[in-house]
Structures are given as structure tokens and as C-alpha cells.
Design a protein around this ligand. Structure first.
Ligand SMILES: *Cc1c(COP(=O)(O)O)cnc(C)c1O
Length: 409
């Protein structure tokens, strides 16, 4: 008798974005003439850059001739690309062995799958609010109880509250936990952890043999040279941290699909043999995954070339100029917000302690602007709304203008 994995029934997923969709459709039906401005979604909008396109085309061309055709590649990823990534890290003062880099079809898959190499009874800590993948995949793996609507929590997880008081970067948990998910620059709050703040987590993890799962998908959006763009900028992190990254936001690969994860050979957990955690991730990937697209990997290699890096920096600069425009506009409209400086997200405080969904409706009805209710990312997101800087410049300007002229505060 087959039965489903009933942990799936605990999920709250599929609630946030469908509910936004329903409210926007209803508004559009009732106000057919009005133009809706979307600042809600973390999806890239600008075209791929010339060097990257040339790399992708080269990847396609290589498939057209028997001499250069390739089928399955190395499951861990094309060696040239892994070498290019180690050079990229080396340019930041971090030395990695190409064997420590695993290429994937995106950071989301890796962020979802990484928990599977750790014990089923691991105690998990997440930032609150958080990118939903960390929570949901651990719910599916059975590491939580049933969702508690009153608190907005899954019992069993440790929620590290990110609030105004701690500048949206939490302290390590007071008690004992095994896996800690960190995302910096943060989606949704736009906060970036300092070196000192990350060091506290590294110290905690080394003392307690915990593992940090560090999502650096927005690292390239950091412009402040004093802020860390990799967890490995902190001494000792190779013993306790896995870093997950992506070409999605930096190179516009949201639809192309390419990511990578670093599992250092020095990483140890309680009772593990030397390099065993690294070997387990290799085993996991070679068992469940047949490698990233060879075309996408050629594109990734091009994105790491000198021209590619310059072009991607300009692409990031474009979105960060959007962030600046949104920041300036909403500040002049009288809204308080955080982030938007070293991250493409703005974490906007709702006026007068208004609940996130009420402010979502107000913003939609008065200014026809769609944000993402902060409460959808965790209980500490209540009282905030996330605005995204991904969008065409003209659309961003129109949205900001509409907030300035139409939102009644
Ligand atoms: C967008 C995003 C990613 C990237 O996921 P991909 O699967 O590589 O597209 C990873 N982490 C966070 C927090 C993100 O917002």
C-alpha cells in the first residue's frame, strides 16, 4: 500500500504568491483601466550580456559537430568552469581546490538538497524572515512538527528573528542547533552581515560542530568593500560552512539555470571521517543529478571571463540604480525602509504597525504597486513589505512616481 510523504501536507508553500496573484487579479477586474506596477518578484528582467551570449552560442555550436560534441559531462561540473570559479574566489583571497566546487542547475536545488546529507534528526535554525526553501525542504524531510498558525512557526525549528533592533542580522542561537541557514545579502530584508557578525556564527559552528549553509546568491550586489562576499572570508569557515551561489541574479541566468556549491574538504561534523561530508555531497549529486547543461556551463565560463565579469557588474549596477531610485522615491513619500544599498531588495516598514497584507492592499489600491508581504517569509516579517529592484527602468520609475503621488500616508 503506497502512501505519500505526509510531511508535504504540513507545508504552507503555495500560499504567498498565489494569494498575491488572486488579489492582483481581483483588483484588475474591478479596475480594468488601471496599470499595475510590479515590484514584488525577485526575477531578472534585463537581457544577457554580449560575452555571455557568445559563450552560450559557442556552447550550442560545439554540439553541432561530432568533433566537439559532448553528451553527459562530469556530474560535478565542467572542470574549466570549476577552475574559473576557483580563480574567481582566489581573486577575493580565498583559496579553493576545484574538487571542492560542485556545479548545479541553480542555487535553489542545492539549497533544497543539501539537508539530505545530514542526519534526519538534525536541529535546524533559520533566519526569520527567510527565503522559503530552507524551511520547506526541512519540513518535507520531517525535521519539524505541524505548522502552528497562531505563532506562524513550525515547531522544531529554531527561528532567529531578524528585526530592526539587530539590523536584521541575528545572533547565533542560544541553544544547541546542528544546521544553520544564513543568507547574506539577505532575501527578503536586503541586510548584509558584517565580518564580525559572520565570525560569531563561524565560532558557534566550530565550537558545537554545527554546519552553516551560507546562501551567497546576492554577493555580487555588495558595493561596500568592507562587507564579506563569501563566508570563507572568515577564518575557520572551511571547517564548518557550505556556500551556495548562483549565476541567476548576477548574470541574468534565472532562465538559463546555473549555480554552484562549495563543500570544503576540511568540513567536519560530529563523528565524520576526514573529507566525508565532501564525499557525501559528491555521492548525493552523482546519484540524483546528471550534471548541469553543457550550454549553460559555457555561458557561465564566459560570465567569469574578464569581459563577462565587467558586463555582469554593469548588469548588477543597473538593478542597484533601480534600488536607488526606489529608495529615494519611497523615502520622499515618507516610508521607512531598510536594505536596497548592497542588495536588490528593500524591506519597507508598513506605516503605523499596519499588518503586511493590509499594506499590500493599500499599496495596490492607492498606487497600483505590487509588493510582497513580509509575513509570507516568516513571522518576524509581519509589519513589512518587500520591494524588489528587478525590473525595467521605465517601469520602476512609473511605480515610484505612483507611490509618491498616490499613496496616502
Ligand atoms: C534567487 C535566489 C537564489 C537563486 O536560485 P537559482 O535556483 O540559482 O535561480 C538562491 N537563493 C536566494 C535567496 C535567492 O533569492
Amino acid at each position: 500500500m503506497a502512501r505519500i510523504n505526509s510531511h508535504y501536507r504540513k507545508l504552507m508553500a503555495g500560499y504567498l504568491f498565489p494569494e498575491i496573484g488572486r488579489r492582483v487579479s481581483r483588483f484588475q477586474r474591478q479596475n480594468p483601466g488601471k496599470k499595475i506596477h510590479r515590484l514584488g518578484i525577485g526575477n531578472t528582467t534585463e537581457p544577457l550580456t554580449p560575452a555571455v551570449l557568445a559563450g552560450l552560442r559557442e556552447g550550442v555550436d560545439r554540439l553541432s559537430k561530432a568533433e566537439t560534441y559532448t553528451g553527459y559531462g562530469d556530474e560535478q561540473g565542467d572542470e574549466d568552469l570549476r577552475l574559473a570559479l576557483t580563480r574567481f574566489y582566489a581573486s577575493r583571497g580565498i583559496s579553493l581546490d576545484p574538487g571542492e566546487v560542485f556545479i548545479s542547475d541553480g542555487a535553489k536545488s542545492d539549497a533544497a538538497n543539501i539537508q539530505s546529507i545530514f542526519s534526519a534528526d538534525s536541529q535546524v535554525a533559520v533566519q526569520d524572515p527567510a527565503y522559503p526553501v530552507y524551511v520547506d525542504t526541512n519540513v518535507i524531510a520531517g525535521r519539524s512538527g505541524a505548522y502552528d498558525a497562531a505563532s506562524g512557526n513550525f515547531p522544531g525549528f529554531v527561528y532567529m528573528a531578524c528585526t530592526r533592533e539587530n539590523n536584521f542580522v541575528p545572533e547565533p542561537p542560544a541553544g544547541e542547533v546542528d544546521l544553520i541557514y544564513l543568507c547574506s545579502p539577505n532575501n527578503p530584508t536586503g541586510a548584509v552581515a558584517t565580518h564580525r557578525e559572520l565570525k560569531r556564527f563561524v565560532d558557534y559552528a566550530r565550537e558545537r560542530r554545527a554546519v552553516l549553509i551560507f546562501d551567497a546568491a546576492y554577493a555580487e550586489f555588495i558595493s561596500d568593500p568592507g562587507l564579506p562576499r563569501s563566508i570563507y572570508e572568515v577564518d575557520g569557515a572551511k571547517e564548518c560552512a557550505i556556500e551556495i551561489n548562483s549565476f541567476s541574479k548576477t548574470a541574468g541566468f534565472t532562465g538559463v539555470r546555473l549555480g554552484f556549491t562549495v563543500v570544503p574538504k576540511a568540513l567536519v561534523v560530529a563523528g565524520s571521517e576526514p573529507e566525508e561530508v565532501h564525499r557525501l555531497w559528491l555521492r548525493r549529486q552523482t546519484t540524483f543529478f546528471n550534471g548541469a547543461s553543457n550550454i549553460a556551463q559555457r555561458g557561465g565560463l564566459a560570465a567569469l571571463s574578464r569581459e563577462g565579469l565587467e558586463e555582469c557588474a554593469r548588469l548588477v549596477g543597473y538593478y542597484m540604480e533601480n534600488a536607488r531610485i526606489i529608495s529615494e522615491g519611497i523615502a520622499s513619500a515618507g516610508l521607512a525602509f531598510y536594505g536596497g544599498v548592497n542588495a536588490p531588495y528593500l524591506w519597507v516598514k508598513t506605516p503605523g504597525e499596519m499588518p503586511s497584507w493590509d499594506f499590500f492592499d493599500k499599496l495596490l489600491e492607492e498606487a497600483q504597486v505590487v509588493g510582497t508581504p513580509g509575513s509570507g517569509f516568516g513571522p518576524s516579517g509581519e509589519g513589512y513589505i518587500r520591494l524588489s529592484a528587478f525590473g525595467h527602468r521605465g517601469d520602476i520609475e512609473e511605480a515610484v512616481e505612483s507611490i509618491r503621488t498616490n499613496l496616502k500616508l
